[in-house]
Every structure is written in structure tokens, then in C-alpha cells.
Design a protein around this ligand. Structure first.
Ligand code: 3PG
Length: 354
């Protein structure tokens, strides 16, 4: 079991804390938060710190901005925290890193503007990490969903400050580790959705431990290409791989593929799912579309079912099935990487020196 540095052992009173959270939530075209699961999951650590009289600077990202992009500002996230914590905008506003120069900390809570507005974040630039670390006394990672990225606010700062795991991160690692140790079989992994470059290598890796790997949605076609390219690897596979057929305009998985998936799901004792296998903009009660049918099948199978990823979770909430899953992970790509046996750079950095 991974031994994470325990936040409860830290003396946080009156200390300045750099708190890395998962703030990357799905937004509507009007910029409204469509699903706040990740934000809710961050409250336990944040409230613990505030009630322990710590001064907290929240750091997080939203989307994949290229430079400063007002549409991906963290202002809607700040408003969400204002409502949840019942504080006023005087107590929390979106702050730029530059604003902290010579700053006097009379307030208790700050939210840094989207950290990916700075290209140095994704480059894991050491000077940028130093600048971030220089704002505070202690670093806490409570951002499991981005812990597979070697970025400054996830890895760079860790070496520079005493560091701890947030409560949500701890829960993710504990739950997913015990799942990996002894899964009930048949073990079925379902991968769909976007972010092809992250997920495609994981389709291969999942064969190390899963009995079935089902691939649908946008990555289905790419997976076929990969199979042709790496032909020898097909023979070495330990598990069965099923790649869905898409309809003509490639917006959804064909009914017969969904039916094939459901047959396997009915055999499963453990299911891991990340990524919709087609469009998710149907009506709430419209259970005809592939992702909804799949969701319903998973819930009805009675298997231990884990789901992760912002888009999948948002959609399941909309069709009222999310609370029927055994565990909802905040991670999408991070969950898949962890479960495929990869070491996540953010987690490795936290445990390196303990
Ligand atoms: C996610 O939503 O999976 C995380 O926020 C990571 O986002 P990324 O794939 O853009 O790094």
C-alpha cells in the first residue's frame, strides 16, 4: 500500500498553505459549471484547513488554455466556493501570482487564477515552481485527477516545501490500490471519450490485469489503427479486446456494439469505466443513446463498478445514475494510469522522501 504523508500530522495553524485542487470541471457554453463533483470532493480538506486556522492559497487549472483565455478563468469556481463556504467576495477573489509580491496576508483564503495561463506550469519550470513555493510554508496535493501530469504545481513545488496528501487524494489512492490488489473477476475495463493521446497507450497496458477491455467512442477508430500498427502485441494479449463500431457520422456507438458490450458486462464482477462511448447531449430520460444504455447495463449488472472522468460523471449525474456506482473517482486519465500500474508523478513526488 502506498504510504502518503498524512495531513493530520501537520501543524497548519497560522501557516500559509499551497493547496492544489481539482478545479477542472465541465462548463456549459455560457460558462456555467455543469458538474461540481470535483469541487465538492475538495471541500473536506479545504474546510479542515480553514477550521485549523491555516491561510490557504488554492491552486488549480481549468481546461487546456493556450495562454490567458478569459473563457477559462477560475471566476465561476470562485463564485462556487463563495456560495458553498458562505463567505463574501471580500473573503475570496481570483488572484494572479504577480499580485502576491510584497503581499500582507491579513485574509485567510485565496484562489490563484488558472495556473495553466502560465506556460511554465506545464513545462514544470523550476523558477516558476520556486515562485509558487515562495508564497507559502506547506504544500498539499488534493488533486488526484491531475497527479499523472509532471507539472510545476503537482511535482515542481513538492521538493521545495514540506508536503502532504489531501483527504480526497488519500481516499482515491486507498480505494484504487485495494481494487488493484485483489479484483473480483471477470474484471472489465471500458474506455471511451476524448483525450486520445492519454488513453490510447493505456488500452494496451490494461491488458496486464483486465479480463476484458472494451473501447468505444472517439478513441475506437484510433485503437483500430494502433492494433494494425502493433500487430505482434495482439498475439501477446492476456485479455479480450473489443472495439466498438461507430455510426456513420461517428457521433455514437452502434447498437450492436453496445449489445456486445452489455453481454460482457453481465458477466463482470468488477468494472472500471472512463469516457462516454458517444454523444452525451441527449434528453435526461433518453436511454437510447449508447453511453446511457451502457451506464444502465453497468448499474444493473450488480458488479463493483468504478467510474471516473469529468464528462462521464457529469453525464451520469444528468441521467440520475451516478449514485448507483460503487465508487466515483475524481480522476479520468489519472485513474486509468494508476489502475494500469503506472506510477503517477504527483504521487511519487509526495512519497519520495518518506
Ligand atoms: C482531467 O480532467 O483529467 C484533469 O484535469 C487533467 O487534465 P489534462 O488531461 O488536460 O491534463
Amino acid at each position: 500500500m502506498i504510504n502518503l504523508p498524512d495531513l493530520k500530522t501537520a501543524d497548519v495553524k497560522n501557516k500559509k498553505i499551497l493547496l492544489r485542487l481539482d478545479l477542472d470541471v465541465p462548463l456549459s457554453i455560457d460558462g456555467d459549471i455543469e458538474d461540481d463533483t470535483r469541487l465538492k470532493d475538495s471541500l473536506e480538506t479545504l474546510e479542515y484547513l480553514l477550521s485549523s486556522e491555516a491561510i490557504v492559497i488554492i491552486v488549480g487549472h481549468l481546461g487546456r488554455p493556450e495562454g490567458k483565455d478569459e473563457k477559462l478563468s477560475l471566476k465561476p469556481i470562485a463564485n462556487w466556493f463563495l456560495n458553498q463556504l458562505q463567505i463574501t467576495s471580500n473573503d475570496l477573489s481570483v488572484t494572479n501570482i504577480e499580485d502576491f509580491e510584497g503581499f500582507k496576508f491579513s485574509d485567510k483564503l485565496f484562489l490563484l487564477e488558472n495556473i495553466r495561463f502560465y506556460k511554465e506550469e506545464e513545462e514544470n519550470n523550476p523558477d516558476f515552481a520556486k515562485k509558487l513555493a515562495g508564497l507559502t510554508d506547506i504544500y498539499i496535493n488534493d488533486a488526484f485527477a491531475v497527479s499523472h501530469r509532471e507539472h510545476a504545481s503537482i511535482v515542481g513545488v513538492v521538493k521545495l516545501l514540506p508536503h502532504y496528501a489531501g483527504f480526497r487524494l488519500k481516499k482515491e489512492i486507498e480505494t484504487l490500490s485495494s481494487l488493484l490488489e485483489n479484483p473480483k473477476r471477470p474484471f472489465v475495463v471500458i474506455i471511451g471519450g476524448a483525450k486520445i493521446e492519454t488513453k490510447l497507450p493505456l488500452v494496451e497496458k490494461m491488458h496486464q490485469f483486465a479480463d476484458y477491455v472494451l473501447v468505444g467512442g472517439k478513441i475506437a477508430e484510433e485503437t483500430r489503427v494502433l492494433l494494425k500498427v502493433q500487430h505482434e502485441k495482439v498475439a501477446e494479449r492476456k485479455s479480450v479486446l473489443l472495439v466498438a463500431d461507430l455510426n456513420e457520422d461517428e457521433t455514437d456507438t452502434m447498437q450492436n456494439s453496445v449489445e456486445n458490450f452489455l453481454q460482457i458486462i453481465n458477466l463482470a464482477k468488477t468494472i472500471i469505466w472512463n469516457g462516454p462511448i458517444g454523444k452525451t447531449e441527449g434528453q435526461e430520460e433518453d436511454l437510447e443513446i449508447g453511453t446511457a444504455k451502457l451506464a444502465k447495463g453497468i448499474v444493473e449488472s450488480g458488479a463493483y463498478a468504478v467510474v471516473g472522468g469529468g464528462d462521464t460523471i457529469g453525464y451520469l449525474k444528468k441521467i440520475n445514475l451516478l449514485d448507483k456506482f460503487s465508487f466515483v473517482s475524481t480522476g479520468g486519465g489519472a485513474m486509468l494510469e494508476f489502475l494500469s500500474g503506472e506510477k503517477l508523478p504527483g504521487i511519487e513526488a509526495l512519497i519520495e522522501d518518506i
